[in-house]
Design a protein around this ligand. Structure first.
Ligand SMILES: [Mg+2]
Length: 327
């Protein structure tokens, strides 16, 4: 069936508390929702948040990219539209929003849910980590303890450039929550030296992994850390596309990869990366930005279909929305 109409809307969901990492501070989840309507009246939804610090796209550029190209998609079949989309030179988040709407429609045309279409036998609850924002040690401890008490056993701890604070907070968290699984995310804030200092100060049994310690472009530095670390190293901002992932895996630059729909350009591209990771025996994290509910659901469907490859799921956005707020 052919595409009849594409429309976009800007959406905003307030957060319970501000989200703070080494790269940014935000108080709302803001995203573009795209709706693709077929001549059969079936409709598919896709979403993309603004994460200028990571993908370089804001709401305006995502909306502009979609609206600028939408006329080319009208009267195309889903297969034609997908092929055309992934040849366009537009941002990866704009691509991801369109891709997930198209994949949702393909699933509907097969009278399947997205997770079935991707190969999962049944829908299941996916256990996500919860992010603990970068704050004072006292606030981070309090936040982590409350989150753990609320039933979340996997915590993603955001750390900043102050390595002394990073080491102290990690030790304090490991001591106060010995049963929690702690994932550390430095969001590119450290040097190689600081990273190695951190690793030497923290025993491997206290934390599960360290995510993106150095600048995304510093692949040599990341490799040096990985090869000298007793703790698993995960590449995030350094790994956008399948080509990035292949380069990182083939050159032992990181132990694991964080796959996000907004970095790779949608479900179609995430599947290519997951198939490659499955073939190579590389474990992954299925992550997200701060996103709307539909794009998080699309990522959850991937997590259901690739349970053997995805070791950690970082899809906590809906848990961070202000209570009772949904769009
Ligand atoms: Mg990260």
């Amino acid at each position: 069936m052919k595409i009849k109409k594409i429309s976009t809307q800007i959406k905003k969901i307030p957060l319970q508390t501000p989200f703070v990492t080494a790269l940014r501070r935000v108080e709302n989840v803001e995203f573009i929702r795209v709706c693709i309507l077929l001549e059969s009246e079936l409709s598919g939804i896709g979403e993309a948040p603004a994460t200028k610090a990571i993908t370089g796209e804001d709401l305006k550029s995502i909306e502009h990219a979609i609206n600028h190209h939408k006329k080319d998609f009208i009267s195309k079949t889903l297969e034609e539209a997908l092929e055309m989309l992934h040849k366009l030179s537009i941002g990866s988040s704009a691509k991801a929003a369109l891709d997930m709407a198209l994949i949702s429609l393909q699933a509907q045309e097969h009278t399947q849910e997205i997770y079935e279409y991707l190969g999962a036998k049944q829908e299941e609850q996916i256990e996500t980590d919860i992010t603990i924002s970068l704050n004072s040690q006292e606030e981070m401890l309090q936040d982590a303890q409350n989150t753990y008490k609320n039933g979340f056993k996997i915590l993603k701890i955001k750390l900043g450039a102050d390595i002394k604070h990073a080491i102290e907070i990690t030790k304090a968290l490991a001591l106060s929550l010995p049963e929690a699984q702690l994932l550390i995310d430095a969001n590119q804030a450290w040097s190689v030296e600081k990273s190695l200092q951190y690793i030497a100060s923290i025993q491997a049994d206290k934390i599960e992994l360290i995510e993106q310690p150095v600048q995304a472009k510093d692949l040599k530095g990341l490799q040096q850390i990985t090869q000298n670390s007793s703790i698993l190293i995960l590449a995030d901002e350094a790994a956008f596309s399948l080509n990035d992932v292949k380069y990182i895996v083939e050159n032992d630059i990181a132990d694991m990869i964080n796959i996000k729909l907004m970095k790779c350009g949608g479900i179609t591209k995430a599947v290519e990366i997951l198939e490659y990771a499955r073939e190579k025996g590389v474990k992954c994290m299925l992550g997200s930005m701060l996103e709307g509910p539909s794009s998080i659901y699309a990522a959850e469907c991937l997590a259901m279909a690739y349970k053997d490859v995805i070791k950690y799921v970082d899809l906590d956005s809906p848990h961070l929305y202000k209570k009772g707020f949904m769009v």
